[in-house]
Design a binder for this molecule. Structure first.
Ligand code: GLA
Length: 748
């Protein structure tokens, strides 16, 4: 619900209620000033929250605001523009072009409110991933502001979800001036928390290849604390997410405002603290190699930024993201369909396979109840290692005699679905494609091209390249009944210039690359709607909300070690729902870490998300195959609970339990009606006489739950306040899964 009231000076004050959160801002002498973002507040009259104290006599102030205290440098703004007195990081920075009413080459902009409109639901966004919502599910406020001197217009979109404490923002820059403008920085969202009532921290997800999305909390500092990517992809290194959290906040208590950016490319999320303690939180396209020439009459639409607002800790912030992304961002036939349990041959064979080997794996898979075989890298061109053939998307008949169709036929005759790996955006210098089209690689004339994994990146800004790719992928996908595609992306951009654009537009390439990627993904998902698309980028190097718009699941990390996966998967859960987190049981000792972990524990950890196997089934013992049969059964049994339930992190590997850090991890999911729950507990490092009381969350306090394994009964409130008693001498790498079912009324 969005209410509009009037301030003392008769200007509008907007109060957006999203679930149990409030977001409010008002107009003051035409400036859009932020008032509040947090747990729901009852009053609409929130103008009193404006701090009317001038702090500094030397700061400039707009010539037409009579109040002596008012300065843009301290005003809590909604979309601060550069050059007119706010010296903090700006959301908008541009240069006015020839023919402008203001000096050519100048950068100053001052945005003033013009009008607003409220529409039911959420207007759709063309050609970019975006949250979607029907009329009854959300309300959208569109505020139009203008720079009176140049005539430039900005439209700010705010969607308040009705059932979730989430506000989705984006900005549209309309060049309503007679001259071109060059955008140099155009962020999607910015808001100023004028007074932090307690010290705040920034929580974010950092990592690298094989070690993605580890959590870190860092105190804010005067000046900026930021996370970003300049790699051309959202990256392994930082995820496009950060949360402003109160220092005392934990999973269940305290304020947390999460900011997640729906973009697959360069981004920045920053928190800037001014000398008076006001914190500016913002998200947008990283400006280092960004500029955009906007002609008169043209519009630039930013990606969306999502705020998840929680007054009850980090767990609730995450559950809001989970539901929003599962139900209002992921799309397509596979959004709600039960995903097949798959076996991927990558860690089973790497590049050394042929039809017979794959058929042998498929036979054992079928025998164990696995439902899909995924053929990974190495089936095309002359690809026997990672040094050639990307772009040569035709079958290597030495490996797969007769092409794809006979193999797919063999696999399907065993009752399995078939999936295939592609890395569409890449080109190997050793490939037929590169021989024909050397200019299709992103490159800078006169400068050698950097290689990574012996490959270059295709120029996705070019429509001829995208048309060719669409044709090449379509012909493979139409050549046999294919149910799944793993879409990989194994290097980042360098020397990112393009022959397709004039010199003054070269700063557009990185963003146009991302738009080109979206275009190709949209065409493929429309042409092959039955295909389950799984994103991948050397593991989780592009695990972001934009990719989830096209692929409802993403390969989480190339590190498949169950213990390492605890950090990775639980870190990923801060934003992304379990249904999107791809997890496979792989061989022991693990190929990345050499660590041995029991089959049971590997299964328990992999069941934290979209479940599968990644090992040579033909080498397993009968006992291990029996365990697979049981795991597949369990996975189907708990599918709805894991994928549609509410997720609670109970213990992170980085937590200290009984004086020991890094000793265990635990999480649980609870069905929406709270009638059942699945608790997973993993011991990373066993020790003598540990006492593990595991306090549960999200249960019905008044209900009685039965532990299906032992028959023991507990009150919901007992499990949440006193906890499960898990005390025993746990061994390294041991784990337990406990299924709790609400008992009939007769009680304990
Ligand atoms: C990437 C992926 C792996 C595998 C290889 C194949 O590293 O993350 O899962 O597909 O590529 O080359």
């Amino acid at each position: 619900m969005i209410t509009v009231s009037k301030t003392a000076s008769g200007e509008p004050l907007f109060h957006l209620r999203a679930g149990d959160a409030s977001y409010a801002f008002s107009v003051f002498h035409g400036f859009l000033l932020h008032l509040y973002c947090g747990p729901a507040v009852a009053d609409d009259d929130l103008e009193y929250l404006l701090v009317r104290v001038g702090h500094d006599s030397v700061v400039p102030r707009p010539s037409d605001t009579p109040e002596g205290w008012f300065s843009l440098d301290i005003a809590p703004q909604e979309y601060p523009a550069y050059g007119t007195g706010d010296y903090r990081p700006s959301a908008l920075m541009l240069r006015h072009g020839e023919g402008s009413a203001v000096a050519q080459g100048s950068a100053a902009v001052s945005l003033r409110y013009v009008s607003h409109e409220i529409v039911p639901g959420k207007p759709s966004v063309d050609s970019q991933p975006a949250v979607y919502a029907n009329d009854g599910e959300a309300d959208t406020l569109i505020v139009t502001a203008r720079d009176p001197s140049s005539g430039l217009t900005v439209r700010l979109y705010y969607t308040a979800m009705r059932a979730l404490p989430a506000v989705i923002r984006r900005a549209v820059i309309d060049n309503t001036t007679p001259a071109p403008v060059t955008l140099e920085r155009v962020y999607s969202a910015s808001l100023d928390f004028a007074v932090m009532t307690e010290p705040a921290e920034l929580l974010h997800l950092w990592g690298t290849w094989g070690r993605e999305r580890h959590t870190e909390r860092t105190p804010l500092a005067h000046g900026s604390v930021s996370v970003s990517s300049r790699r051309g992809a959202s990256s392994h290194h930082h995820n496009p997410f950060a949360a402003l959290v109160s220092a005392s906040a934990d999973e269940t208590h305290g304020t947390a405002v999460g900011l997640s950016f729906i973009y697959a490319g360069n981004f920045e999320i920053l928190a800037d603290t001014d000398p008076f303690g006001s914190v500016r939180l913002m998200a947008g396209i990283e400006p280092t190699d960004f500029s955009w020439l906007l002609g008169p009459g043209e519009a630039f639409v930013t990606p969306e930024a999502v705020l998840s607002i929680s007054g009850e800790g980090l767990g609730k912030m995450s559950r809001t993201f989970h539901r929003l992304y599962r139900e209002h961002l992921c799309r397509g036939e596979w959004r709600d369909r039960e995903r097949p349990v798959l076996v991927n041959n990558w860690e089973a064979t790497y590049f050394r396979f042929d039809s017979d080997k794959l058929a042998a794996i498929a036979k054992d898979a079928a025998d164990c109840g696995i439902e899909m075989l995924v053929m990974d890298d190495g089936w095309f061109g002359c690809r026997n290692d990672d040094r050639s053939s990307l772009g040569d998307w035709f079958v290597n008949e030495d490996k797969l005699p007769g092409g794809l169709a006979p193999l797919v036929q063999r696999v399907r005759s065993l009752g399995l679905k078939f999936g295939i790996w592609f890395e569409p955006e890449m080109i190997s210098p050793r490939s037929e494609l590169f021989d024909r089209h050397p200019d299709w690689a992103l490159h800078t004339e006169g400068r050698p091209l950097s290689v990574a994994r012996s490959q270059y990146v295709l120029d996705m800004t070019r429509s001829d390249v995208r048309d060719w790719l669409f044709g090449a992928l379509s012909s493979v996908l139409s050549s046999a009944p294919i149910d799944y595609v793993k879409w990989d992306f194994n290097r980042n951009l360098t020397e990112a210039a393009s022959l397709s654009l004039p010199p003054e537009r070269q700063g557009e390439i990185q963003h146009r690359y991302v738009l080109g990627l979206y275009d190709l993904l949209e065409r493929i998902t429309r042409a092959f709607p039955h295909i389950l698309l799984e994103g991948c980028s050397s593991g989780g190097g592009r695990f972001d909300p934009a990719m989830l718009y096209y692929s409802p699941q993403f390969w989480t990390s190339d590190d498949t070690d169950a213990m390492e996966r605890l950090d990775i998967q639980l870190g990923t859960s801060f934003v992304y729902p379990p249904s999107s987190i791809s997890c496979h049981v792989s061989a022991s000792p693990n190929h990345q870490t050499g660590r041995a972990t029991s089959f049971v524990t590997r299964g328990h950890v992999a069941m934290g998300g979209a479940f599968g196997y990644e090992l040579d089934l033909t080498k397993l013992s009968d006992e291990e195959k029996d365990l697979i049969r049981q795991q597949v059964k369990d996975y189907h049994r708990y599918y709805a609970l894991i994928n549609r339930g509410d997720f609670y992190r109970l213990i992170l590997p980085s937590d200290t339990v009984n004086g020991k850090t890094g000793s265990c991890a635990a999480w649980m999911t609870v069905s929406e009606d709270r009638s059942e729950a699945l608790v997973t507990f993993v011991v990373i490092r066993g020790s003598i006489h540990p006492v593990y009381f595991l306090k549960l969350e999200g249960l019905d306090p008044d209900a009685v739950y039965e532990d299906e394994g032992t028959g023991a009964r507990y009150g919901g409130s007992t499990l949440m306040h006193a906890g499960l008693n898990l005390a025993k001498n746990w061994r390294d790498g041991e784990s337990a899964v406990i299924h709790l079912i609400k008992a009939p009324e007769e009680g304990l």
